[in-house]
Design a protein around this ligand. Sequence first.
Ligand code: DAK
Length: 256
Amino acid sequence: MSVTLDISDGLASVRLNRPEALNALSFAVLRELSAAFDEAGRSGARVLVITGSGDKAFCAGADIKELMGRGLVAQREGALLGQATFSKLGRLAMPSIAVIHGYAFGGGLELAMACTFRIATPNAKMGLPEIKLGLIPGYGGTQRLPRLVGEARALEMVLSGKTIDAAEAERIGLVNRVVEGQDPVALGREFAGQFTGFSRCASVFAREAIQRASETSLEEGLKIEADLSTLAFQTADASEGMHAFVEKRNAIFRDE
Ligand code: DAK
């Protein structure tokens, strides 16, 4: 298997496992990823962490060797497969975290950008180098990068194909944090710890509202917020959270 999924203690850990090709995303890998996300979603895990195996790369992008010589219809189907696979991450009830260690290029960075959060080790190198191949990003990069870093920086990265390091990625908001440590899963688990103790309902509503912010007008977005925040009041967890405050105790959330 080129993708492994391990679920323990509420953490779903997805690992790209093709170190000999720097974890490049073949179409078979995309299909395995898609299946792993489905299974993680069914598992009830509270958070999902994605890492790459080996010490050189999170993921060096789409498998360039496999992309060559395919017809236009097949290429379009391939782009749609990559987009659908990555979009699945955003629809999971749990937040997802990409731990970028080493290279995250092209489709690898697009996978990371589809996650809720990205953290990077100091040796991380990121870029969308498709332009150097005569291509443009096809797995969501032209849409997610400007939403994360703004149009000007996205244009600079996509049109130059340049590589940026972890510090620069943190500065422009492409990654949430630079973290130090040898074990990527442990780094992801530690970062995830901030999000796992609350109501899943509230977490899902908050993510939905924030995701919609970049897709709608302010007026429409405020309506979405009013609806989702009102919905949050209907949950047992909201009742528990407010009662716990008044009773000066820790809340026990049940995701209800
Ligand atoms: N694909 C296939 N194999 C790859 C690969 C990749 N993206 N990246 C690395 N490898 C393989 C290398 O070929 C090599 O295998 P062997 O030759 O030993 O068999 C092995 O991994 C180790 O790589 P290197 O020997 O090159 O290692 P270095 O440390 O010297 O260099 C590197 C590391 C990451 C700087 C270098 O490997 C590199 O530049 N890799 C390519 C990075 C890249 O350009 N990625 C973006 C790909 S484009 C679509 C539209 C667009 C796209 C996809 C679909 N549709 C419309 C369907 C575009 C997506 C992309 O991601």
